[in-house]
Design a protein around this ligand. Structure first.
Ligand code: SF4
Length: 488
């Protein structure tokens, strides 16, 4: 591997106003992958996307370089719905990228599906993006002045057009560097530029991105589980700020943008990532189990059983059972064929889906005192329904314990939690929240407890939605540290 650390490029944009509250439409949370090999990569891309399906269920896409040009297929739905065997077999090429996406209300349309594919006079570019750019208006206004036209509402297109602008003038690697300099926010990118594959991670390392090896080549994926599912091997994380090129023979680090502090998203560990992933060197399952153990120490309860909200509360609940000595039991069963509640687009849909998704195991809960463990509480609707469901099934007491501290502020960096009035914890004390969700008692893990469980120093984590202090400048919000401001 060769690592070059060059002088930073001169940014063309002054970072000024950036995000405008109320105008934000591009709230995406996604999974990306990319492979280069001596063999065709279409099946590697397909199965890697299936392993990343939990990161996005609304659309999927694959772009490959077929030896002469980039060919692409995208569509709405789950990966196996978007790609028939015929379509997948037509995507022949030894290098390519893939994407799974979900969006909030209004953004769930095919034009916003990725990978995004654009041309300029010299290059073809396909881009798969996980994250959220907060200075989109500023970049769009710059690109608009030089004649760029936009065909989607996606911030990923803004990245692609900016990249096209820079690489036309400065060549591919220097163009990527300049693009990274100009972007503010979270971005893990898989880039296919003609027949070359690059991975780029934002300098704060907000979203995950992993590198792996497969027979005959190398790959990148949002989470390490993607490599296991195709018989490959996880090598390491793409480093925060790294511009990495993958070739069939190895990896070339072209540049690393260094920052004093990182800002790994705590929510990846708490909820979003798959439990068997390794992110920033930490196994997500182990983190969730430690969260449960610390929760038992911070908020003990007198109860007969520890019951998880399946599936994401399972490891937390196991940890709580270990920490408290109270037996673990599966008191709720999940219908696996209903999509994840949190990522269904509308509030109304979410509430209806809860009954379809979970049902109580009466023999476990009837007449019992239950410690109910979930990874987080955002709006509180789901938790209230579950508590009611357990009580209707005969539970004597339901003590709720939560694996994330109270969420009080929006996420501007790629998780769909947008306005303060959505959050049940906003403006309510613990007793009021317990009453609202109809629990007999309620305990959230502390911020220090969460940091201890993750095992990464607090100054290298993003805790913005817990503290209302963010690692990038956002209009109307407080910055985390002064040095975060100086870094931009
Ligand atoms: S604000 Fe919260 S959800 Fe968003 S990146 Fe930071 S920790 Fe993650």
């Amino acid at each position: 591997m060769c690592v070059k650390r060059g002088a930073l490029t001169v940014a063309i944009l002054r970072h000024g106003s950036g995000h405008t509250p109320g105008l934000r439409k591009r709230n995406e949370y996604c999974g990306v992958s990319g492979f280069i090999s001596r063999h065709d990569v279409n099946h590697l891309l397909y199965f890697s996307l299936r392993a990343l399906q939990h990161r996005g269920q609304e659309s999927a896409g694959i772009a490959v370089y077929d030896g002469q040009k980039i060919v692409l297929h995208r569509g709405m739905g789950l990966v196996h719905q978007v790609f028939s065997k015929l379509i997948l077999d037509s995507l022949k090429g030894t290098v390519g990228i893939g994407h799974v996406r979900y969006s909030t209300t209004g953004g769930s349309v095919e034009e916003n599906a990725q990978p995004l594919h654009i041309y300029n006079l010299q290059h073809e570019i396909a881009i798969a993006h996980n994250g959220e750019i907060v200075n989109v208006s500023e970049i769009k206004s710059f690109l608009g002045k030089i004649g760029a036209a936009f065909t989607t509402k996606s911030d990923s297109e803004v990245i692609a057009r900016l990249l096209s602008f820079h690489i036309t003038r400065h060549g591919i690697v220097e163009g990527i560097k300049r693009t990274v300099r100009d972007l503010r926010g979270s971005f893990s990118l898989a880039l296919l530029i003609d027949n070359r594959l690059f991975a780029v991670r934002d300098p704060l390392g907000i979203r995950p991105l992993a590198v792996g090896e497969i027979d005959g080549g190398f790959g990148i994926a949002s989470e390490s589980v993607a490599f296991h599912s195709i018989g490959g091997e996880f090598i390491r994380d793409v480093m925060p700020g790294e511009i990495l090129e993958l070739t069939p023979d190895g990896l070339i680090t072209h540049h690393i943008f260094e920052r004093k502090y990182k800002a790994h998203c705590m929510f990846e560990y708490v909820y979003f990532a798959r439990a068997d992933s390794i992110i920033n060197g930490k196994c997500v399952y182990d983190v969730r189990r430690r969260i449960g153990q610390i929760l038992a120490r911070e908020h003990p309860a007198d109860a007969d059983f520890v019951v998880p909200v399946p599936d994401s509360g399972r490891a937390h609940a196991l940890g709580y059972a270990e920490g408290s000595g109270i037996p673990y039991a599966e008191g709720l069963m999940k219908n696996r064929y209903v999509e994840r509640t949190f990522i269904l687009p509308s509030q109304e849909t979410r509430v209806k889906e809860i009954n379809l998704k979970l049902s109580p195991v009466k023999s476990v809960v009837d007449g019992k005192r239950i410690v109910l463990i979930d990874d987080s509480i955002v709006r509180g609707n789901t938790m209230r329904k579950i508590v009611r469901m357990l009580k209707q099934a005969g539970a004597r007491e339901v003590h709720v314990r939560v694996g994330s501290p109270p969420i009080i502020a929006p996420c501007y960096l790629g998780i769909d939690m947008k306005t303060r009035d959505q959050f049940i914890a906003n403006g309510k004390n613990i007793e009021e929240i317990a009453k609202a969700i109809e629990a007999d008692s309620l305990g959230y893990i502390s911020i220090d407890g969460l940091v201890e469980a993750i095992g990464i120093p607090k100054e290298h984590l993003c805790l913005g939605c817990l503290t209302a202090r963010y690692p990038v400048p956002i209009d109307g919000e407080k910055i985390r540290f002064q040095s975060d401001l100086e870094d931009f």
